[in-house]
Design a protein around this ligand. Structure first.
Ligand SMILES: Cc1ncc(COP(=O)(O)O)c(CNc2cc3ccccc3n(O)c2=O)c1O
Length: 425
């Protein structure tokens, strides 16, 4: 793969920070090294002594004085080694990426820690997307992605999708506007980037079938596209076996995957990961060096201690408990939807994630209904327009999350929504 063709001028211009390189050199050096280099503060001046964190399974995570000093100090921009190593082993175990054994220039699988997958997405978009670029995605899509992409001045092209995700024939139709032979010509307008949420899509709850992924991947090969696989709901797939990921089929090194611990360990700790070809992950790390420097060392160490205590088996056992919680929540929402909404709305049962995408019958656009009438009735949902490429386009959908409310609250909310819709009709 020629990765240079995908980089914006800004990303291509990024150079390693000399000071950050020294910090990382120092951290790899033996204790006999005396460094007068780093402008790091002396941890003996920090007011924090130690801490211990109770884990629900009875374990305790302990930061003694030495560990606390490390936790409160600067660390490597790509992420602390022990967390990165743990995640790389998990990715290899779950996805067996063909790129795991490639050379760096061939696109060897690499990773970095980001402050939530939101930071990863934002930095990946800023690495790849120039003003005027044609970018492919299946709308409706995550509003945070639109917020990161649209200010870049790109042209978002919608690829048709349904409850089973992006439709390959729709992608082929969109791409037929260009000749694959033009892909590598200077000033080519052929899209270079395709973004999708393959499991438990936000807002639609849609999950891509394996066959569709294979067909989309083959089209990406034909037109030399990078695929951004934004997959924070991968671990919230209710049924096994979990769907093979784009990363697992990436023979070319054209997948950039963002993972998140938000839906399974904590959203407030802000831990995400970018997995992709080393030449591209390196660019994201250079951007981290110049922006946040790194994700909180304390947070990374806390999560790393938890994961090393659990091991992959313990981690996946925890995930099984999370899945059962959201399955119960989903089933409660589907039951209440059947009870209150079946005459006035339609929906598909999600196989993953935490969202139900509800089409209100006879209502062209839900914006006003939700933002005014629903608030009066004291029920809050998200009007579908916020997930569309053009948010002013009328949208008859609303997004309902089944993550936080109790089944009883969900039932009452849908009872209120039902009354609201009937009044509006
Ligand atoms: C597809 C997709 N990709 C990336 C992210 C970012 O997750 P991160 O790893 O935590 O950074 C998300 C998070 N989605 C949401 C977040 C959120 C936060 C506060 C309040 C509301 C929120 N609503 O509604 C959301 O959908 C997502 O759905």
């Amino acid at each position: 793969m020629n990765y240079a063709r995908f980089l914006t001028a800004v990303s291509a211009a990024r150079k390693p920070s000399a000071i950050r390189m020294l910090t990382e050199l120092q951290q790899r050096s033996p204790p006999s090294m005396i460094s007068l280099a780093g402008g790091a503060p002396n941890p003996n001046t920090f007011p924090f002594q130690a801490c211990s964190i109770q884990v629900k399974n009875g374990d305790t995570l302990t930061f003694d004085e030495t560990m606390m000093k490390r936790a409160l100090q600067y660390s490597a921009s790509s992420g602390i080694p022990e967390l990165l190593t743990w995640m790389k082993n998990l990715q290899k175990n779950l996805h067996n990426p063909p790129t795991a054994n490639y050379s760096a220039e061939m696109g060897q699988m690499d990773m970095c820690v980001t402050t939530g997958s939101q930071e990863g997405l934002c930095k990946v978009f800023e690495m790849l997307v120039n003003p005027g670029d044609n970018v492919l995605l299946d709308a409706p899509t995550y509003s945070g992605t639109l917020a990161a992409l649209q200010p870049l001045g790109c042209n978002l092209i919608n690829v048709p999708s349904d409850q089973h995700g992006m439709i390959p024939s729709g992608l082929k139709e969109v791409l037929s506007s260009w000749d694959p032979a033009d892909v590598h010509k200077p000033h080519s307008t052929v899209p270079r980037v395709l973004y999708t949420i393959p499991n438990g899509g936000n807002p639609t709850g849609a999950s891509m079938t394996t066959q569709r992924k294979r067909e989309v991947y083959e089209l990406a090969r034909e037109y030399d596209l990078l695929i951004i696989e934004d997959d924070p709901y991968y671990f919230l797939q209710f049924d096994k076996p979990w769907a093979p990921t784009f990363l697992s089929m990436d023979v070319d090194g054209r997948i950039i995957r963002t993972d998140s611990f938000s839906k399974i360990l904590s959203s407030g700790l802000r831990i995400g990961f970018v997995t992709g070809p080393k030449p591209l992950v390196d660019r994201v790390v250079l951007h981290i060096q110049a922006s946040t420097m790194h994700t909180s060392t304390f947070t990374q160490l806390m999560v790393s201690q938890l994961l090393h205590g659990w091991g992959q088996e313990g981690f996946l056992n925890h995930i099984d408990g999370v899945i059962e919680f959201y399955r119960t929540q989903r089933d409660a929402m589907l039951s209440s939807a059947d009870k209150w909404l079946k005459d006035v709305a339609e929906w598909h049962a999600p196989a993953a994630g935490m969202f139900l995408w509800i089409k209100l019958k006879g209502i062209a656009d839900t914006q006003q209904l939700i933002m005014e009438k629903a608030l009066e009735k004291e029920v809050l949902l998200v009007p579908g327009g916020v997930f569309m490429i053009n948010s002013s386009d009328p949208c008859p959908y609303v997004r309902a999350a089944f993550s936080l409310s109790t089944p009883q609250q969900i039932d009452e909310a849908f009872k209120r929504l039902s009354a609201l819709i009937k009044e509006a009709l």
